[in-house]
Design a protein around this ligand. Structure first.
Ligand SMILES: [Fe+2]
Ligand SMILES: [Fe+2]
Length: 432
């Protein structure tokens, strides 16, 4: 099994590379990473490749414990003077797709065809299990010694000793690799991990990220109780299904993006004298619904493309992106007693980007304070993802936000919104 981890602050690059990897070999398991914490949480098998930028590599991977989990690195870079060495491949950014294809093909070939021995992560092995083939320890590029004879099992102490020595993988002969892989896979699928457990991991890491950024834990509790409250209050089948759909997206970019937008909006709410519990509830509900119109949640990664770029996508993707607002808002409008501000946020949240607006461009005098607060929170979430949650860039991020949204109702709330964000930075500094 080959696992690829694609880690870039820009979700678009992550999506583009993940798509390419799937086309190269359907056996490849691709993990899309947009926050370094996800890297630490996902379980690493053997043959892991990390595709990331040289900056992120130097900042988060090099010299860190996590480095040992990856057999190979691919770093797209403009600086062509960099030479690939050992397991680090620099590729030309401008030829990203072509070069990535050839480097990955080469890697797969090496793993499956050429190597006499193939690594399997040590943590895949347990005591008291009889393994179907011999297992080896790698001493050097050409030297391997047997550590387990076929049909025998490990003692607990042996596995502990190997781990203590910093051994991360054992090796199996190439001809036995597929067989052992099947054996491990069958055993692993017998151990039941409920989807709920997987979700919990993703949600916990998101909550941790939110607190690490500097948000008060009370905001997370507020979001939880609002979610609970609206699920009890709005009982229509259509809406109940939407709440379930929202939960199902846990762990995806769409969920993280939506949830963080809600947290940023709730965090700002207390700064406005026009705020009431009912308005707060409305903003929260609009936020969790705003991107649920996607048929394919992965397309949410592409909603930041310019209109021109979206036009060039295959029909199905293009259609899904352009219609996630309009179509969905029409369905929502059928819901009994639904607030018009919610419909507007769902329909027009891409209407604020001038020539990139869809389904229609809306002017700043055509919006109210609730809509303005959603737009600023949504935009700031996108900035946080783009800057990989780098708080040192908060001031410049706020400046660019101000340049974009400085008139009409935006102007009325910008000062307080900025204050609410700067307070997070202060808290974060105090923690650090
Ligand atoms: Fe959207
Ligand atoms: Fe969105």
């Amino acid at each position: 099994m080959i696992e690829i981890y694609v880690f870039f602050p820009d979700p678009l690059t992550v999506g583009k590379i993940a798509e390419l990897a799937k086309k190269i070999d359907p056996q490849i398991i691709c993990h899309k990473i947009i926050d370094v914490r996800q890297l630490f949480l996902t379980h690493k098998g053997s043959n892991c490749v990390l595709i990331t930028s040289p900056d992120l590599y130097n900042q988060h991977i090099k010299g860190q414990d996590i480095q040992r989990f990856f057999q190979s690195y691919i770093l797209p870079d403009d600086n062509e003077t960099q030479r690939s060495k050992e397991n680090i491949h620099f590729i030309n950014q401008k030829l990203l797709i072509t070069q990535l294809r050839s480097v990955l093909n080469q890697y797969i070939k090496e793993v499956y065809d050429l190597s006499p021995y193939i690594p399997i992560a040590l943590d895949q092995f347990e005591e008291k299990i009889r393994y179907p083939c011999d297992l080896y320890l790698k001493l050097s590029a050409k030297k391997y010694i047997k550590v387990l004879k076929e049909q025998t099992s490990f003692h607990k102490e042996t596995l502990e000793k190997l781990a203590k020595k910093g051994i991360t993988s054992l090796y199996v002969k190439n001809e036995n690799y597929q067989y052992l892989k099947e054996f491990l896979f069958t055993r692993a699928s017998e151990i039941k991990i409920s989807p709920k457990q997987v979700h919990l991991g993703a949600i916990e890491s998101l909550h941790k990220l939110i607190v690490d950024i500097g948000f008060n834990e009370k905001i997370i509790q507020q979001a939880e109780s609002l979610q609970h409250h609206i699920e009890k209050k709005i009982t229509s089948k259509y809406m109940q299904n939407l709440f379930k759909t929202f939960k199902k997206t846990e762990g995806s970019f769409l969920y993280n993006h939506t949830y963080l937008t809600a947290i940023i909006a709730l965090n700002a709410c207390d700064y406005f004298d026009w705020m009431t519990p009912a308005i707060k509830e409305k903003i929260y509900l609009a936020t969790i619904l705003h991107d649920l119109g996607y048929q394919n949640t992965d397309n949410a990664l592409r909603e930041l493309l310019s209109k021109k770029e979206i036009q060039t996508l295959p029909f199905e993707q293009k259609n899904d992106i352009f219609e996630h607002t309009n179509n969905f808002s029409r369905h929502l409008a059928q819901v009994d007693k639904i607030d018009q501000d919610i419909i507007k946020i769902v329909r027009d949240h891409h209407g604020v980007y001038g020539e990139d607006a869809y389904p229609r461009e809306i002017q700043s005098n055509d919006i109210n304070l609730v809509f303005a607060l959603f737009v600023l929170s949504h935009e700031f979430t996108l900035i946080l993802f783009k800057t990989n949650f780098n708080l040192n860039q908060i001031e410049s991020s706020l400046e660019s936000l101000e340049k974009k949204f400085n008139n009409g109702k935006y102007k009325n709330i910008l000062k307080e919104f900025k204050e609410s964000i700067l307070r997070i930075k202060k808290i974060n500094k105090a923690i650090a």
